[in-house]
Write a protein that binds this ligand. Structure first.
Ligand code: TEU
Ligand code: CA
Length: 555
């Protein structure tokens, strides 16, 4: 397996709107990010992934871009960006940009021109236009994907909100525009791209209806849009024309893919992308991919999904490791225990994730064990997906208000988007103004300032995990084997490389559990590596405490 810096790195995701506000308008910004680079350096991460900072009317918080080569006014200026990039590089931190090119904003110049129609209009086919809706596809944000445009007197396709029209990737001019724009950013010196829903760019010819899903046709269009007929061809073209010319890192967000597709995208000799964000493990507990339910997840299922990906991509591909991002509820609330065992379970989950094979991603605040937020009413939610889902679920699917609020409380994307908790001053130190979204009131006990000072904090635990990775070939390149796959409370695995081995034991429950090491470790001498309780000498029988994680090394 080829060794590269992006396999040895840890990535930190910043959601700029909620990170740090430098001028008191209640919205995080670039100068705010620059002022916190030392904090990230202290944590020890290598790469920062910035959620979109481009000009945008913010229908979907920057994932609707109206100018790919300008900075969103609320976030600052291009000079602020350049300064941030320079300051990051000075500290040895790399910057990976979000690339949102499945769709643009309807306020993008390309769309404004495209709306005009006309035979000689070069922008005419930049988007997907039809005389009438040609299928029954539904948008991922609810409602039909077809929107009538008064000016062109035609319908355009939008897989997300109606202010996010899909670009027509089958038009070579569109692809060239995108490559030109990517090159412009790379020439500026950025270090990579995270590609938003990149596996939706190629749609099946004729845009046919698929088989309706059971219950409702929520994802009926998936088979026609997910990894469509030209998907790999377009990625390879992009790689040839742009990516291969730079030493960068790429990760494609790919919805509804399995590990077979994951392999095709990430295998080195196919020259597409370095890694993908797959969704199977974070969709655990959903019903047919429909997330608005409070149904509990099964640990056995979670393990079998992660195992499948670890094995599938082991030879020539590469995994990303994440549970948190700006679209997911907080992992400590979801897979851990955000009450009595918050610190223990946050550290346990981090151990479990960071010691698998792949590149780990930390979402802002995860390193503090930040939790989901309790919103008091629907009006406190800001996220377009949550608000639209409330409408559909209560109006069409018969959910009660109370049940839907519980679903939102558990799953809304806004759980991730409450402001970063810096200290105990008003608004958690995020802003001196009125924050654009509610601050989680638990900032008085969960905040960066306290944790940086406290050696026993979740922050310091992350620091240690990152540091371990930086000094261990076994952690980066070792093979993975899942142990006790059927156990309903323990997540146990081993890593091995040459003569070295590592045993990772994670208790996903609040029960005390008696554990017997598997046969392959019997008679061996283990050495303590890391854990979330006091170090314990190795023995073949152990009793695990609630949410305990222990890691032993064997040479
Ligand atoms: O997410 C893709 C995506 O599929 C999510 O919207 C997903 O459906 C949802 O979060 C599951 O609850 C990307 C971005 O990460 C997201 O923030 C954007 O809203 C979306 O694309 C559109 O650009
Ligand atoms: Ca601001």
């Amino acid at each position: 397996m080829k060794k590269t810096w992006w396999k040895e790195s840890v990535v930190y995701q910043i959601y700029p709107r909620s990170f740090c506000d430098s001028n008191g308008d209640g919205i995080g910004d670039l100068k705010g990010i620059t002022s916190k680079l030392d904090y990230l350096k202290e944590l020890g991460v290598d790469v920062i992934w910035l959620s979109p900072v481009y000009q945008s009317p913010n229908d979907d918080n920057g994932y609707d871009i109206s100018d790919y080569q300008a900075i969103m006014k609320e976030f600052g200026t291009m000079d602020d960006f350049d300064e941030m990039l320079e300051e990051a590089h000075k500290r040895g931190l790399k910057i990976m940009m979000d690339l949102v090119v499945n769709h643009s904003s309807d306020e993008h110049k390309w769309f404004q021109e495209s709306r005009k129609g006309g035979e000689d209009n070069p922008y005419k086919d930049y988007y997907i236009w039809r005389e009438t809706p040609v299928n029954k596809w539904e948008s991922y944000f609810e409602g039909s994907v077809w929107e009538y445009d008064e000016m062109r007197k035609m319908y355009y396709l939008h897989l997300f909100s109606k202010k996010q029209p899909d670009l027509n990737w089958d038009n070579p001019a569109v692809r060239q525009e995108v490559y030109k724009m990517m090159t412009w950013w790379l020439e500026k010196g950025i270090d990579g791209f995270r590609m938003d829903v990149i596996n939706l760019i190629s749609k099946k010819e004729g845009l046919p209806d698929g088989k309706p899903m059971e219950g409702r046709n929520y994802t009926e269009n998936n088979e026609a849009v997910v990894c469509g007929p030209h998907f790999h061809e377009y990625l390879q073209e992009m790689n040839r024309e742009v990516l291969s010319k730079y030493d960068i890192m790429t990760v494609g967000e790919c919805i509804c893919i399995d590990e077979e597709q994951g392999k095709l995208i990430t295998e080195e000799d196919r020259h597409e992308l370095n890694m993908v964000f797959q969704f199977e493990h974070v969709d655990v507990g959903s019903i047919n991919g429909f997330k608005w339910t409070t149904q509990p997840y099964s640990l056995v299922e979670l393990k079998s999904i992660l195992n499948k990906w670890q094995i599938g991509l082991n030879e020539k591909g590469w995994n990303s490791l994440y549970m948190d991002n700006h679209d997911q509820p907080r992992m400590v609330s979801r897979f851990g225990n955000d009450g009595m065992w918050r610190e223990e379970s946050a550290k346990m989950l981090a151990t479990c994730l960071h010691l698998m094979k792949g590149t780990p991603y930390i979402f802002q605040g995860e390193e503090l064990g930040m939790t989901n937020v309790k919103m008091d009413s629907l009006s406190e939610y800001r996220d377009i997906e949550s608000l639209n889902a409330y409408k559909t679920c209560t109006e069409e699917l018969g959910y009660t208000h109370e049940y839907m609020m519980e679903c939102l409380n558990q799953k809304s994307r806004d759980n991730a988007r409450t402001p970063m908790q810096w200290d105990t001053t008003e608004n958690g130190g995020f802003t001196t103004g009125t924050p654009w979204i509610k601050v989680n009131p638990n900032y008085t006990t969960i905040n960066a300032k306290q944790q940086v000072q406290d050696e026993a904090s979740v922050f310091h635990y992350y620091k240690e995990l990152i540091n371990l990775r930086h000094h261990s070939e076994l952690i980066v390149y070792g093979d993975f084997e899942m142990l006790y796959p059927e156990d309903e409370k323990l997540f146990v695995y081993r890593r091995y490389l040459g003569d070295e081995q590592m045993l990772v034991i994670c208790n996903y429950s609040q029960d005390q559990i008696d554990f017997q090491v598997p046969e392959c470790f019997e008679g061996k001498q283990g050495e303590w590596l890391i854990g979330n309780y006091a170090p314990a000498a190795y023995s073949e029988q152990m009793t695990l405490k609630p949410y305990e994680a222990r890691v032993y090394c064997f040479k």
